[in-house]
Structure formats: structure tokens, C-alpha cells
Design a protein around this ligand. Structure first.
Ligand SMILES: Cc1ncc(COP(=O)(O)O)c(C=O)c1O
Length: 143
């Protein structure tokens, strides 16, 4: 079975995100990991959690990886570690997932959306915007 949505004509929009295609490429690995977790009954931390943290640390070429409950939690933790407090401004690109902004709001800070580089480039906040934003009270900037 192919769950991947297929465009039916040239005018159909191209999906921005295709999680089904991503899953189908690694479904065997994911199903085996879920089976190991269920069999061990260790749903929080445990051997699988430690193995994931080790794998992520190795992939990122850093000494430690920390598993969290969600991507949103990771963003909140990163912002907290940068000292973001209520009332601070955080510069971020609008071309992102909603959690990028909601993590800022969750800390009582203010998301400030900045222009990104052209679509043919990196989709990240442009250097010009960084310079122009120097007048903002931004404590942190996402690239
Ligand atoms: C770029 C980005 N940031 C944050 C998140 C939030 O992750 P979660 O849904 O695990 O909180 C997502 C989720 O898709 C994401 O794509």
C-alpha cells in the first residue's frame, strides 16, 4: 500500500510535509523499537531512552544527548537556557512550525517574526534582518 498523496494535476499544490513517506522508509525500524519498549514496560527513560540519547549525541558530534517529551519542550528548554524571560523579544523566521512561536509565548516572551532569505536560498532569517533587528530588544534569535 502506498499512503503517499500523489498530485493529480500540475495545478495541485505540492505538500509541504509528507510524514507518510518518511514513515514508510523507516517503518520496520520504528515498529521494532516500539515492540522493544512495550516488551520491556519501560515507557519513561529506560534502556531505549538511553540508547536514543547516545545515538543523538553521536549524530550531533557532542558528548551528551537529552531526550525530552516533545520538540516543543526542546524549544522551551533551549530558550530558558538562553535566559529568555517574560517580556523579552525573540526574533524568529515565519517559515517554520507553529511551535517555534508558541514556545516563545509559553515563556511569556514575545515572538517577533523576521524576513527570511529568498526562497531559492536557505529559508533562514536574512543577514540584513539581523542588522535591522539590532534596534529590537531581542534577547534571542532563531536563524
Ligand atoms: C520545526 C518544528 N519545531 C517544533 C515542532 C514541535 O514538535 P512537537 O510536536 O513534538 O512538540 C515541530 C513539529 O512538527 C516542528 O516541525
Amino acid at each position: 500500500m502506498n499512503a503517499t498523496p500523489q498530485p493529480t494535476s500540475i495545478s495541485d499544490p505540492i505538500p509541504q510535509l509528507d510524514l507518510a513517506a518518511q514513515f514508510s522508509a523507516i517503518s520496520g525500524e520504528i515498529r521494532a523499537a516500539i515492540e522493544r519498549v512495550v516488551a520491556s514496560q519501560q515507557f519513561v527513560l529506560g534502556r531505549e531512552g538511553a540508547a536514543l540519547e547516545e545515538e543523538i549525541a553521536k549524530f550531533c558530534e557532542v558528548s551528551h544527548g537529552v531526550g525530552l517529551a516533545s520538540g516543543t519542550d526542546a524549544l522551551i528548554l533551549a530558550l530558558r537556557s538562553c535566559g529568555v524571560r517574560p517580556g523579552d523579544e525573540v526574533l524568529l523566521p515565519p517559515f517554520t512550525f507553529v511551535a517555534t512561536g508558541s514556545a516563545v509565548s509559553a515563556l511569556g516572551a514575545k515572538p517577533v517574526f523576521a524576513d527570511i532569505r529568498s526562497l531559492s536560498s536557505t529559508f533562514t532569517v536574512s543577514p540584513r534582518t539581523w542588522i535591522q533587528s539590532s534596534s529590537l530588544r531581542a534577547r534571542v534569535s532563531y536563524p
